[in-house]
Design a protein around this ligand. Sequence first.
Ligand code: PHE
Length: 582
Amino acid sequence: MSSKAETLLRVKQLRAEADALEQSIQTITPLAAIGKHFDESPATPLLSTDLAAQLEQQEQLMLNELKSYASRDMIKLTPRTEVLPALSTEGEQILAAGFTPDLDILRQVVQEGSYDLPKPNPVAGQLLKKKVVELQAGKLMLPGREAAEPVRELLKAQLAGDAAAAAAGAAALDADLAKTFALLSAELATQQEYFQHLTAISKGDHSAVSKDMIAVFTRRKWAANKKVTVHLIEKGPQFALEVQVQAKPVLTKKDLDNYIAGQMAPSRSLNIDYVRGRVPQTGHLHPLLKVREEYRKIFLNMGFTEMKTNNFVESSFWNFDTLFQPQHHPARDAHDTFFVRSPAKAALPTSAEGPCYVEAVKKVHSEGDFGSIGHRTPWKEDEAQKNILRTHTTAASARALKELADQGEFRPVKYFSIDRVFRNETLDHTHLAEFHQIEGLIADRNLSLAHLLSTLKEFFRALGMKDLRFKPAYNPYTEPSMEVFAFHPGLKKWIEVGNSGVFRPEMLRPMGLPEDVSVIAWGLSLERPTMILYGIDNIRDLCGHTIDLKLVKTNPFCRLKPSDEEAEETSTAAAAAAAASQ
Ligand code: PHE
């Protein structure tokens, strides 16, 4: 034959081989298998587990595919709870090994003549109980010592797969040996059968496994019955052997116009809702944060710098003592202040070089200093060390001023802060145990009350409050002190908007600030103006776990301030809010 003809012949053979291979790897689709099942037995429903076993697929993975057919009405899928056997870890191990542990031992006894048993072994125990082996001097052997050899030969043949030769040989044995052979031959077969049934369970081919077999497996802890959800498959009205891919509907301008005009129902396949525009889910700023931003901008525009306020837990020293608040002051009572249990105490500041700040504070409290007679009561470090949740942001102001004093040469500063404070209040519709304070201060040489008055006017004017009134007040750390009132045109009355004063020398001089430096300061809450601006009359609608999240999601992006005339007609809700917070 010419080499060309040979090659052509080879090509032909290869093609045939390739076709055969392709045929062999062609997988049956679940749909084809379902179709085949109902062709053969239209009345019997098919179980998803049986289908998975037949296709050698995992039922859980196949289920997604089945569900997609069900959504197209090609099949009907009904979940059903069934009790089915499942392999234990040990069962899985047997499957992986390819034989039961019993067979492993028996094989060695048959092939080697004995099996070493250094310590009690439950598997060996099973075999001893069945009397298929005997224990002799720590070794497992075939029963009936002397006579065992011919039986062993026949069993070897059986293990090698030559059952016919084994049976023929057995016929020639005497009665006792024939009995031993029959016993062992049956045991080997049983063990092989066990393995086959474990395999069937793992494949989900449950129908092949008898109840007795499952009882044996349960006892041996190789498998156990478990409640599982299986799915009943029935033919659906749209049953087909292939999934029909539907052409996507074309969206016309007319469809759109109809939809917008409300004449067309939203269609899932057209996904038309997105044409109209959907509000995406995004983060939202809480009204308090928006108003905080407004205050922050006012301060920044006036040239103020933000102070550090990053400690909710503060020592009594910074919250009270540095502010010349006497140690027996009622505000230090547990009724007004939250004390921290752990750690209960804070370290007081130490100064390695120069005069000790703590000593200076002690002196001004207990004996007086810088021309002040002080409180003239004993001052205890122990009291100053107590940790609390800060009751005002003035504690942060004190820290900032001390830092300023420590910088050596004095330079004037304008500082502000907006952050959370905590008070052990009785909760009601205007009080929560935590709220936000806004605080501003200016430190410069020779500042007077006049500077404070004009600064407050400037600050509140930026907030839209033109008319201010001041009322003498008392703070342990300011002298003079003033409450600030503003006229609310909408409510037509004077409402309290803040507290202010000039920090006392008893607070500033121990820090080391020069004698001619004064600090003017004021503070207000963030919640109160926010409630007025948003027309909220109960603080529990603004903060805390009971608020309606819609408030956060739907509050306007920005607020436009009404003109003065419009402000006259401010909503009654705002009036109620302010009246309530008096
Ligand atoms: N700390 C005061 C308060 O808690 C507010 C305040 C700040 C008063 C600064 C005077 C000076 O109400």
